[in-house]
Ligand binder design. Sequence first.
Ligand code: PMP
Length: 400
Amino acid sequence: MNEKIIYLDYNATTPIHPEVKKTIVENFDIFGNPSSLHTPGRIAMEKINEARASVAKLINADPEEIIFTAGASESNNTVLKYVVCSPQSGCNETCIACAGKDEIITSAIEHPSIISTMDFIKQQGGKPVVLGVKSNGKIDLDVFKKSITHKTALISIMMANNEIGVIENIKKITEIAKKHGVLMHTDAVAAAGRIKIDVKELGVDYLSLSGHKIYAPKGIGILYVKKGSPYCAFIHGGHQEAGRRAGTLNNLGIVAMGKAAELALREMGAESPRLKLLRDKLRDGIVKSIPDVSINGDQEDILPNTLNISFMGAEGETILLYLDMEGIAVSTGSACSSDSLEPSHVLLALGLTPELAHGSIRFSLGRENTESDIDYVLQKLPPIIAKIRKMSTAYNRSKK
Ligand code: PMP
């Protein structure tokens, strides 16, 4: 086993940034309940307010528009379930369904925290409309426009896809949504820290972020809710977050998220072009040295750190395990589906055959990667693919 791990799975999760770690350690004794009026409580609230301002700055929001959650799955659930929440479920507001609208438009390449929630909403009487995507992973804007009806309550389209890195035109999609008076949500988890996010420019009503994708710990995230946009709490209880999300605030997680947001804003300008160069080197090196590969997703509107590639005649899981033995950590499609043998729903939505989807690897780069990491992968990968293909009767038959 190799000593050093070359981690190329930053879209699954990121290690904690050393400066975030330092901030956590420095604030370790900030134990006060931020809702308390006494000094320990006020000290904690002061730290939380600083973190709120820093997260707001990352997406050009106002601090009052930021609600801290336990991660993006919760943020996504909160927004989508608003459509079917009702006074009976403890909400004082008129939910969108009560106002006579019950359709939610989303895409076939969303994260499971959107897709599974849509399945739940369907059981509750809501009507999901799931848009397919073009073979490059982009939403077809004409198809999208036609899918909006007078019953459309909400549109939820991710800003960038976590598996293929493709960036959707959220500004344009929101413009269309707004022309029809429809609320707009975007899951910006994969985009954060890699491309600019400006909620004022995008015009969205709701936006989700997750701490552990921007070098903060797991279990902390945010939901941005634009001032004046309708909202219903998902978790009821105390009056935290101005009654919008109950639960004693996660002091350390929030302070860490604030620091991570500050660093993302500061480092993105240099880090994104650096990662793009490394990613392009990896992509071009693979294409040059390995036959029968195809790159998945649009390569123009793509996150700078992501490369999704299919290797004909080689199982993704086998490639992953061989790479792991060489100290290289990658993923097949989404890490969320590592316990499932189903091919990635994202790659299938792009029109890949199940065989090719099964033979896909996602490389996602981050702050600790260097050029020598890429050289190492380019040295180890070609013989691995050749070895796997040698054992594949289907591949060898196709070559005859
Ligand atoms: N959306 C996307 C695009 C993600 O990649 C993830 C995490 N895999 C989530 C939502 C869920 O985030 P969390 O882990 O914070 O619940």
